[in-house]
Design a protein around this ligand. Sequence first.
Ligand code: COA
Length: 210
Amino acid sequence: MSTNNPPNPTRLVVYGAGGHGTVVADAAVLSGHALVGFLDDREQATLAPSEQLLSQNDPRLAGAAFIPAIGDNDARAAVMQKIEQLGGEVVSVVHPTAAISPHATLGHGVYVGPQAVVNAHATVGDGVIINSAAIVEHHCTLGDFAHLAPGAVLGGGATIGDHTLVGLGAKVLPRLQVGARCVVGSGAVVTRSFDHGLLLIGVPAIAQRT
Ligand SMILES: CC(C)(COP(=O)(O)OP(=O)(O)OC[C@H]1O[C@@H](n2cnc3c(N)ncnc32)[C@H](O)[C@@H]1OP(=O)(O)O)[C@@H](O)C(=O)NCCC(=O)NCCS
């Protein structure tokens, strides 16, 4: 197993100063990054310590790497685009207690939380969140800006579309496909494949249009 973290400390800016951003910052520091601080487009309602909030023209942003750290999938994608337009390097953060197979592939700007597992030959797209104790079994595919909430489990060979949220503790059975821009409700068990843009809730999961 490898953690996919850089051998040398990276000066890292966490883009997103909400709850998710604070979690990503902890994982970043624990995995050897040097935290420069947080950026956030909002002027208020941030949860990071105020002394760690950076302005858009802070000189410490020069040469730093970034991770988009917003839980909402669309907002995270927008921030990633903004970072790339500014020419910033986007990196991933993997908590040191996560277990990542050396045969898994992670995209850019991915966050993998504590006790999460990404097993052999899984493919994880850009900007994906694999949150605390979530499990991605072998040969799964996660589309760009998908989010596996804490405790969610994907059986082997499952495929999750772009921008889909798999909620807290939800499960997707092996080899099934959930389309793009779906929400799998907390605790749901997906027992057959579903198309794009659906809300899936219950056991077994039943589809509703969002
Ligand atoms: C399914 C979900 C999207 C519905 O959200 P919502 O539209 O705001 O729903 P509400 O809270 O208004 O509840 C509407 C109804 O659905 C029920 N419901 C809500 N979530 C449910 C779930 N996960 N499974 C089954 N029923 C659920 C409610 O009990 C309520 O039922 P009622 O009308 O009989 O009273 C949401 O509850 C959910 O599970 N989100 C995932 C959250 C998550 O994991 N986030 C990641 C955090 S890191």
